[in-house]
Design a protein around this ligand. Structure first.
Ligand code: C2E
Ligand code: MG
Ligand code: MG
Length: 609
C-alpha cells in the first residue's frame, strides 16, 4: 500500500492548526505519520516539525514514560489492526524538564474520498503526573489529575508484575498465557499462527563496545519496534537479547523484510542484525512452549550468520536436536566406558612411502546408535564447550600408546592431535597438554598439535600467543586443512607453523580442472620458499600420488595408503613388517604396504639407551 498524500494546501492547513493532533496511516503492519499539527509540536516540546516527524516514524515512544510505552504501543497496534476507538492515557516527559505530564489521546478512523483508511488522533494535556500520593491528592481524591496519577501508578505496579522491566514487553510466563488466546483468535480468523523466536546477534560484543546503557537503549528500541509490528501483548522478552512474538503467518516474510530494514536505523543507527526462527503452528494442539522450542531450534541453526535472517522450523531440525541432546547427555559415559576410541591414520613420506607420522582421530562407537562420525559429534562437543575433554582424552590414549610401544622397544613416529578453538577458550590447553606429556615421562616432540585456520578466528593476538607457547615448549605445530577457508594465506604470513597440511578438497577437485592443480603446485612452491614442510590429505589414487610427488609435497595422507584404523590393527600391521616404500606400487599395493615406520628413536630423545 502506498503512503497517502494530502494535497499541499490541505497539509499546510492541518499542520498550522493549534489543536494538538496527528494523522497516521497503517501500512504493512507499520504506523506511518502523515500530519503533525503545530499544537502537537508545542504540546510535545518540538521546536522543529522535521524532528517530530522523524521521531514519530523512528522512535514513536521516545519521550513517553517507560511504564506506559508498551501499553500504548499495544493499544495503537490494536486500534490499527482491529479498528474501533483509540483512547489512551499515559505519561510523557514535560518539555520544560519538570517531570511527567499526563496526556489523553483519542483517535478515530476516517476514510478518505479515495477509500484509504487514516487514523486521526487528538491529544489533551491533563496536567502534571504526581509520582507519589501527596496531601493535596488525598484531600481531593476525585480531582481528575489525582485520579489519573493514581491509576497510572497502579499501572506501573501491574507492569512490574508481568512485564519485563527494561522493555515493557510481557515476560515469558505472561506471554505464554496471552499467546494461547491470541493463537486461537488467529485461527478463528482463518489464518495460521506463526511463533517467532528472535535473537539480536552480537549483543555481548555490542555491550562491550558501547557500554550497557547503550545496550539497554537498543533492547528497548528493538522491543518498541516489535510492538509496532506485532502488538506489545503479542511479544515478549525472554531474557538477555532473546525475544518472541506470535503473529498471523500471512504476509510475515514481507513484514520481516521491512522490520529488518527498520532495525538498521534503531538507536541512531548503532544497531544489530536479527535472527528469526519461525514455527508455523499446525492445526493440531502444538503448545506455545513447544512452538517456542521449535522456533528457537530454527533460530539456533543460524548462529553463525551475522546478517538479519529468517529460518522456518522443519522436522529435520528436531532430529538434529535429539542427536545433540543424546551426544551431550551420553558424553561422560562414552568416555568412561570407552565407547570413544582413538583411531590412527598413518602419514607417509612422499619419497619412500615410509610412515613418518600418525594422526589420532576420535571415533564414537555407540552401543545403541552404532558408529557416530566425528562430523556429527565434534561440532556438538565444540558448541557445548566440552571438546577439551575429548581432546585431552585422545591425548591420554596417545600417551598410553607411546608408552606401550616404548616398553616393547618399537620405533615410534610423532602423533598428531587435533585441537579445536573451544579448547583454548575453556581451559589453558597449552598447560594441560604440557602437564600430561611431562607427567607421562615422554618427550614433547613426538606430540604434534594440528590446528585449523578457523581456530585463529577473531582473537588473533591471543591465538598467536598460544601457538608460540606450544612451540616454545617444543611441540611441533601444524596448520590443518590449509585452503579450506579464506584466510589461510593471511594466517601463514603472521604465524609460524612447522608444516602445512593441504585440505582434502584439493584432491577432491583433482580431476575437475587444471586450475586446482596449478594452484596446488604454486602453493607447494610457496611452502618450500618458506621452508615449511607439507602434507596433502585425502590422497586416494595413484595419479594423485604421482602428481604430489612431482610437485614436491613432502608427506602424504589418505585412503590410498591407509584408512584410520584402531591401535590393534595398526600394531598388527607394524609387527608383521612388510614392504616399505612404493617404487613399484603396482606390485606391492600401497594399502598393504604400510609396514615399517620412519625411524623415530624415542630412546634418543629421552636420553635412554
Ligand atoms: P582432519 O583433522 O582434517 O582429519 C582428516 C580427516 O580426513 C579424517 O576424517 C580422515 O578419516 C579423513 N581422511 C583421511 N584420508 C582420507 C581420504 O583419502 N579420503 C577421504 N574421503 N577422507 C580421508 P575424520 O576422522 O572423520 O575426522 C574429521 C575431522 O574431525 C578431522 O578432520 C578433525 O577436524 C576432526 N576430528 C577428528 N578427531 C578429532 C579429535 O580428537 N579432536 C578434535 N578436536 N577434532 C577431531
Ligand atoms: Mg587433522
Ligand atoms: Mg585436515
Amino acid at each position: 500500500m502506498e503512503k497517502y498524500q494530502f494535497d499541499a494546501e490541505q497539509l499546510r492547513m492541518m499542520e498550522r492548526m493549534r489543536v494538538p493532533f496527528a494523522v497516521y496511516q497503517f501500512i504493512n503492519r507499520r504506523v506511518v505519520t502523515l500530519v503533525l499539527s503545530d499544537g502537537f509540536c508545542s504540546l510535545f516540546g518540538y521546536q522543529n516539525r522535521e524532528q517530530a516527524y522523524y521521531d514519530m516514524d523512528h522512535n514513536m515512544y521516545v519521550n513517553d514514560h517507560p511504564d506506559d510505552a508498551a501499553r500504548i504501543a499495544d493499544m495503537a497496534y490494536r486500534f490499527a489492526v482491529e479498528g474501533g476507538q483509540y483512547n489512551a492515557v499515559y505519561r510523557t516527559r514535560a518539555s520544560d524538564g519538570s517531570g511527567w505530564r499526563i496526556i489523553h489521546a483519542l483517535g478515530e478512523h476516517v476514510l478518505t474520498p479515495e477509500g484509504v483508511r487514516l487514523a486521526y488522533v487528538w491529544y489533551t494535556d491533563e496536567g502534571a503526573f504526581v509520582p507519589e500520593s501527596d496531601a493535596e491528592e488525598q484531600a481531593s481524591p476525585k480531582r481528575l489529575g489525582a485520579a489519573l496519577s493514581r491509576s497510572l501508578r497502579e499501572e506501573s505496579v501491574r507492569l512490574g508484575m508481568h512485564y519485563d522491566f527494561l522493555t515493557g514487553l510481557p515476560d515469558m510466563t505472561h506471554f505464554f498465557e496471552l499467546a494461547e488466546s491470541e493463537r486461537d483468535s488467529i485461527r478463528r480468523s482463518g489464518d495460521r499462527p506463526a511463533l517467532l523466536f528472535i535473537d539480536l546477534s552480537g549483543m555481548k560484543y555490542y555491550n562491550r563496545r558501547y557500554g550497557f546503557d547503550e545496550g539497554n537503549a537498543l533492547l528497548r528500541a528493538f522491543a518498541r519496534l516489535l510492538a509496532i509490528y506485532f502488538g506489545n501483548e503479542n511479544c515478549s522478552r525472554f531474557g538477555q537479547d532473546y525475544f518472541a512474538a506470535l503473529t498471523p503467518a500471512e504476509g510475515l516474510d514481507r513484514a520481516l523484510g521491512q522490520l529488518f530494514r527498520d532495525c538498521r536505523e534503531l538507536n541512531g543507527g548503532k544497531s544489530l542484525s536479527v535472527r528469526v526462527g519461525v514455527c508455523l503452528m499446525e492445526p493440531d494442539s502444538t503448545s506455545i512452549s513447544a512452538a517456542c522450542d521449535r522456533a528457537k531450534l530454527a533460530c539456533d541453526g543460524m548462529r553463525n550468520l551475522y546478517v538479519s535472517c529468517v529460518k522456518y522450523f522443519d522436522e529435520s531440525m528436531q532430529k538434529d536436536a535429539d542427536v545433540k541432546r543424546y551426544i551431550i547427555g551420553s558424553f561422560d559415559r562414552a568416555l568412561e566406558e570407552r565407547w570413544i576410541k582413538v583411531y590412527y591414520q598413518p602419514i607417509v613420506r612422499a619419497v619412500n612411502g615410509r610412515v613418518c607420522d600418525e594422526e589420532a582421530l576420535a571415533r564414537w562407537e555407540d552401543p545403541e546408535k552404532g558408529p557416530l562420525s566425528p562430523a556429527e559429534f565434534i561440532p556438538i562437543l565444540e558448541d557445548a564447550r566440552l571438546i577439551y575433554r575429548l581432546d585431552l582424552y585422545v591425548l591420554d590414549r596417545v600417551l598410553e600408546k607411546l608408552k606401550v610401544l616404548r616398553a616393547e622397544g618399537l620405533h615410534l613416529v610423532p602423533q598428531s592431535l587435533n585441537l579445536s578453538r573451544a579448547d583454548f577458550e575453556v581451559c589453558d590447553i597449552v598447560e594441560e597438554v604440557r602437564r600430561r606429556v611431562d607427567d607421562s615421562g615422554l618427550p614433547r616432540s613426538p606430540v604434534t598439535i594440528e590446528i585449523t585456520e578457523s581456530i585463529i578466528g577473531s582473537d588473533f593476538e591471543f591465538m598467536k600467543e598460544q601457538i608460540q607457547r606450544f612451540r616454545d615448549l617444543g611441540f611441533p605445530i601444524w596448520m590443518d586443512d590449509f585452503g579450506s577457508g579464506y584466510s589461510s594465506l593471511d594466517v601463514l604470513q603472521s604465524l609460524r607453523f612447522d608444516l602445512i597440511k593441504f585440505d582434502m578438497n584439493f584432491m577432491r577437485r583433482f580431476n575437475e580442472n587444471e586450475s586446482g592443480r596449478v594452484i596446488l603446485t604454486e602453493l607447494m612452491k610457496m611452502a618450500a620458499g618458506l621452508n615449511i614442510d607439507t602434507v596433502c590429505e585425502g590422497v586416494e589414487t595413484e595419479e594423485q600420488l604421482r602428481f604430489l610427488r612431482e610437485i614436491g609435497c613432502s608427506k602424504l595422507q589418505g585412503f590410498y595408503f591407509c584408512k584410520p584404523i584402531p591401535l590393534s590393527a595398526l600394531l598388527a600391521r607394524y609387527r608383521s613388517g612388510g614392504q616399505i616404500g612404493f617404487e613399484d606400487p603396482a606390485e606391492t599395493g600401497y594399502y598393504e604396504s604400510i609396514g615399517r615406520t620412519d625411524l623415530f628413536d624415542l630412546s634418543a630423545l629421552t636420553g635412554e639407551d
